[in-house]
Design a protein around this ligand. Structure first.
Ligand SMILES: [Zn+2]
Length: 386
């Protein structure tokens, strides 16, 4: 296979910060070399000029419901492919489509479809597996999850889901004792076990740690909060060092000061930028379906008719820019929260998440305004700005 060289951009290597202008050499879909300066005169190489922008690892979004008129619960290849193409336009090279609380048949169909579509997508981000978000939640913390389908975890239902596709993250409320075996089971099957849509006490979250709990679904949103006498899931998310904490950094779901607190508490090595984006993402304001619920989008912000935030219309490149505005982190640290940290949180950092020799050539080129210029998955350009 031919050699591709992306050059003339500042390299983002999450562990070493922002290096000087350099190049990335790509062969057989993998990073074969990284170095400073230019690497000219390689015979038969295809050169991609980053024009003085930034060259970094592609973004990984571990929590996305939909985009561009489509939703993972549509359970069709067309829906996932359209979402994958939209994600690539915003620098994402891999993502976990997220299911919603729904009837068993609907969840099974969505997961079987994700299983059938896993892997590379033409002109899109790769589908890395599923984020199962529901139905084993707390009705009090349902947010935009439909309460009528919220139920207690049953092994005869959830065990079969793991045979339908790769499960990257399983979100569950941990205050119910019968949910703790699911936490252990998810870890045993290779998924992150995530506390979400949960009214658990701080102590109940600690109690789930020995079962394998290692992830937190959209920290602060859909969970018991930060009260000083009754610290809930949110405090546990911040205080337990090893928990990976998802954050929706659209500046609406979480106040910028609380984003700053989360990033300071977690460090960029445990804070995971997600979008939680829905079908309406990339489309004008209006009324859309989120699963079986209506979401009314005004000024880009989706809400249920009752007024709960209903996912977002956030993109990962915007999340990167927003977290820089909300916190004092460096660009390389912010980028880590959108690439390596999410990869680590779902255990795929051996092959994805950073620019390193031997890893998949999943990268994104941003211009000086941190807007996406080009997205590449396994050495193949899947998006190039016109
Ligand atoms: Zn949610």
């Amino acid at each position: 296979m031919a050699i591709t060289i992306v050059h003339n951009g500042r390299l983002i290597t999450p562990l070493a910060g922002t290096a000087a202008t350099g190049h990335v050499l790509i062969e057989n879909g993998r990073v074969a070399g990284i170095g400073p300066g230019a690497l000219l005169d390689v015979p038969d190489a295809t050169y991609i000029d980053a024009a003085g922008g930034f060259i970094g690892p592609g973004f990984i979004d571990v929590h996305v419901h939909g985009a561009d008129g489509h939703d993972a619960m549509d359970a069709t290849p067309e829906a996932l492919h359209a979402i994958a193409r939209y994600k690539a336009r915003h620098g994402v090279t891999g993502f976990l489509p997220a299911t919603m609380t729904d009837a068993g048949d609907a969840i099974r169909a969505a997961l079987a479809n994700i299983g059938a579509c896993e892997g590379a997508v033409d002109d899109g981000a790769a589908i890395l597996g599923a984020h199962i978000e529901g139905p084993y939640f707390s009705v009090e913390q349902k947010g935009a999850q439909p309460g009528a389908y919220i139920r207690r975890a049953a092994p005869q239902e959830y065990e079969a889901w793991f045979d339908l596709c790769t499960v990257g993250v399983f979100s569950v409320a941990v205050e119910y004792p019968e949910h703790l075996p699911l936490v252990a089971y998810a870890r045993q099957r290779g998924a992150a076990a995530s506390v979400g849509h949960s009214g658990a006490s701080y102590e109940q979250v600690l109690n789930a740690l020995p079962w394998g709990l290692n992830h937190v679904t959209h920290t602060y949103n859909g969970m018991s909060g930060l009260h000083h006498r009754t610290p809930g899931v949110a405090l546990a998310a911040l205080a337990v060092p090893d928990l990976y904490a998802e954050i929706i950094c659209d500046m609406h779901h979480v106040h910028p000061a609380m984003v700053d607190l989360a990033v300071k508490s977690k460090t960029p090595a445990r804070a995971v930028l997600i979008t939680d984006a829905i079908r309406a993402t990339g489309l004008p304001d209006g009324e859309y379906m989120l699963g079986k619920q209506t979401a009314i989008v005004r000024d880009g912000l989706p809400r249920t008719p009752e007024g709960s935030l209903a996912g977002s219309s956030l993109t990962m490149d915007a999340a990167l820019r927003n977290v820089l505005g909300a916190t004092g982190v460096s660009l390389a640290e912010a980028w880590r929260m959108a690439s390596l940290t999410p990869a680590e949180s779902i255990g795929i950092d051996g092959r994805k998440g950073s620019l390193a020799v031997g890893k998949d050539a999943d990268l994104v080129v941003l211009d000086e305004y941190l807007e996406v210029v080009l997205t590449m998955v396994k050495g193949k350009v899947v998006y190039r700005r016109a």
